[in-house]
Structures are given as C-alpha cells and as structure tokens.
Design a protein around this ligand. Sequence first.
Ligand SMILES: Nc1ncnc2c1ncn2[C@@H]1O[C@H](COP(=O)(O)OP(=O)(O)OP(=O)(O)O)[C@@H](O)[C@H]1O
Ligand SMILES: [Mg+2]
Length: 511
Amino acid sequence: MATAITNTATILGIDAHIIEVEADVSIGLGSFSIVGLPDGAIRESRDRIEAALNNSCGDFPIRKVIVNLAPADIRKMGTGFDLPIAMTILEASDRIPASSLRSNLIIGELSLEGKIKPIDGILAVALAAKKAGISTIIVPKENGTAAALVDDIKILVASEIQEVFNHFTGEKALPEFERVDTETVDDTSIDEYDFSDVRGQETAKRALEIAAAGKHNVLFSGPPGSGKSMLSKRMPGILPPLSFDEALEVTKIHSIAGILSKDHQLLQLRPFRNPHHSISAAGLVGGGSYPKPGEVSLAHNGVLFLDELPEFSRSILDSLRQPLEDKKVTISRANMTLTFPADYILLAAMNPCPCGYLGDSGKDCVCSASSVIKYRSKISGPMMDRIDLQIEMPQLSYDELNFSKKGETNQKIRSRVMIARSMQLERFRNSRAKYNSNMQHKDVEKHCALKKEGHDLLSSALQKFKLSSRAHDSILKVARTIADLDQHEMIETWHLAEAVNYRCLDKELNY
Ligand SMILES: Nc1ncnc2c1ncn2[C@@H]1O[C@H](COP(=O)(O)OP(=O)(O)OP(=O)(O)O)[C@@H](O)[C@H]1O
Ligand SMILES: [Mg+2]
C-alpha cells in the first residue's frame, strides 16, 4: 500500500487549472475521504468511484483511503475528478505499476458501472495541460474531437475505466485520438443571412458597416416590421472571419458554458447572441455560485443583440454598463474573483413608443406623451451615452420594398470592413486600444484631429443637443471609423457631419 499521484484540471472562469490528485491507501478500517476544497459534485464522487471500481476493475480496497487535491487553496469543481481519483486509488493499492500515472493528465466522469462520461470545458483543459508541459492526456471518448483542437499534445481516449486500467497494466494501450483537419470554414451559414436581402434602409445598413469596422454599438428605433431584427441578424456576416486564436477563445467559453455538444469542433463563425428580455442579471453578465459565463461573454468576439430593448428591466440594462466599458466582467465570490472576457458589439432594437408607430407616416400613434417618456426612460442616460450609432428606421413604402434595387452582398461589405480594420491595426500597433471604439481620451486627441470647420461643427452640435463629454469622444471615434472606411488619414468635415447625424435619439430625447 502506498501513495499515487496524477494530474487533472478544474475550470475557474474561462481557464482550466491543473490540479494534482494524490491518493494514499493505508491499513485501517474501510474509509474514503477527499480533502482539498472539493465541491459537492466531487464529494459525491466517492460513491460513484466505489461502485465503478467494484463493478469493473475488481474490488474497491477495504482500507483507509485518503485523496488530496492540490493546491489546497483552489476550489475544485466538476465531475471530471472521478476517473483520476479512481486511477490513483488503483495505483496506490498496487493494482497498476507505481508512478505510471504521474506524467499524465486524466479527466472524466464515471458511471456506476464504470463507463466514462464526457465533461464540459475540455478545450480549456487541453490548453492548460499543454501550457503546463503535460504531454499525454486521457479524456472521455466523446471529448476527443474537442481536445484535439490543441496541437502538440498526445490525446488518448477511453470509454470505460477498464480500458484505462488495461492501458496502465500494459495489457492493451489506449488508442491515440486521430486528428482531423478542421481548416474548412462553412461559408453557407454565414450567407444564410445576406445583406442583399434587405431592401432600402440605406442609413441602417451603413451604420452596421461602420459598427463592424470600428466595433461601435448600435441602437435601431423604428416601427414594427421595418426590418430591425432582420438587419441585426445579418451583422455577423459582415464582420471579419475569426482568427484561429479568437476562434479558440470563443469555443473555449462556449464549451465551458456547456452549450456545445461534447464532441464539438472549433467554432468558425462569430457568435450572435440574442437573449430574451426576461433574462436574469446572472444570465446576462454571468454568475451563479460556481460562476459561469453569461450572454455578454458568450457574445465575446461577436455580437450581442438585445431586441425590444425597453422590455429589459432597467437594472438588467444597467448591469451592462461596466462590461461595455471594460470589455470584461469581474465576478467576486467569497474565496475567488473571476474575470470573463466580454468584448462584443452591442446591437439593440426598440420601437419609438409602446404602440410602435410614433413618427410613422402610415399609421397614427395612440400613445400618450407620458407613456412614451416612461417607455424610453427604461434606457438610462448612461446606457444611451454608450451607444455610438443611434438610427431611426422608417417604414418602407410599397415601392421601396418591391422595386428598390438589391443591396450589396455580405462579402462586398466585409471587404471594406476589413480594410478599415487593417488601418486600425496599423494605427494601434503600440497602443492599448485595438480599434477605434475603445480609444481612450488621449488616443482620441492623438488620432482624431479636426480641421477648423470640424471644430466649429462639433462645438455647435454639442451645444445644440446638450451632449456629454463621452458623446463628444464617441462622435469623434465614429468619425474616425468613417474616415477609415473612406481610407482617409484625416477626418474631414463630411465624416464628422455623418457621425453627428448618428446620434439622432440623443438629439431627440436630450438625455
Ligand atoms: N427592408 C426590408 N427589406 C426586405 N424585407 C423586409 C424589410 N423590412 C422588413 N422586411 C420583412 O419584414 C419582416 C419583419 O421584419 P423584422 O422582424 O426585421 O421587423 P422589426 O423591425 O424587427 O419589427 P418589430 O418591431 O416588430 O420587432 C422580415 O422578416 C422581412 O421579411
Ligand atoms: Mg424585431
């Protein structure tokens, strides 16, 4: 009887942390304890492990069994600890050769009969193993595809604990998972929603192009059926394709949230998240006693679309303010602080009033002035301030809907967006900002110089519409993106004038 050690991992936030599992089997009355901050699921694993060992690899030792999970100060969560714990118990009771587990990372949940079940977040686990210099990982068979997204690491897959046991006794080696090439991008789903389907609404389309180019936030206001949802859904199609690192990050977050199949491949499309207005704050920004990423993090590197914006409760909307500024969410719990990335483009849509027809030429609005004010006041001033592009969408006439010419395709718009993005990459090579919308005030001063007429125009717009200093910077950032789309180094007056026009709701509401 002796001790045995192997490695496994626990997910904290969006990263996996390597955990050392150490078992000691010694002479004493039959007992089994797990120490080292295990959560409920791990404490329960004792029963699963005992049953799985009794039902597959022979008897669970009737000895004093202690399992220690190190480092002791990290809280361990999840069901993936079953398999590594069971294996260390087998090694510590001399069923498999001493020290054979040590250099591996083992993860997987056990059923009572000894089958290995897949776990969430395997991509993060494989990435952490690679970073820690572990060369071989043993994962549930269904998780093989997801683990294989990480290169330069040997992946062995198993579907029963007996197979892992046979591997270490030398009876039969586990098969190495064969990697398949995941380079092929599925373009069809990008173009399922194409911009060319949208008739008219040129201002709204242009706003989305600017938003895509500079990562600005957009709010559409318009009567029912004017095409707000239709346009918003098309946004991911004009964004540049995900780089490999971005795709890995997005896939990791989605796999930790448990919304991908366990044998998922790399996500190739930018996420488009469209939460319902009844969502809770924890669902939106992340949380729970074992914090999981919320919708804002699932939208990371993509688009968060809030349809029917005033239907969201004001406190929920205000919980978005910090992530919008910081591009990340920090969640504090008694013994840990976790950070989730949340860098997305916010698209929002609303009707101009509760009945939806205020300002519509075709239909009369039946709302009272007070109900309109109440409806709009759901969106607080600070929230509105963070929306760079505010667009009013009119109802299309019969002729516009049927006879206006077809618009440009996603691909054409995307190519312009990518040129503007490359100008920003060049501009921000040595800066903390990565694109126009996340410039700090000093970056704005440096990169958004105006000519004399520009200063005059901006100063009179700010005075007339009583805009804040944040709105001042926001107009300049949008003007910078418009100039980039034009491939102009200098912001011209017409770029600025267009940017001022996109704060139409601010002007109207005077928040
Ligand atoms: N500009 C347009 N070009 C082509 N079709 C359009 C256009 N606008 C609306 N439609 C058609 O009308 C349907 C409804 O549009 P959509 O759902 O985008 O409206 P909405 O503005 O989101 O309305 P609501 O305020 O009720 O949510 C679309 O699915 C589409 O078929
Ligand atoms: Mg809609």
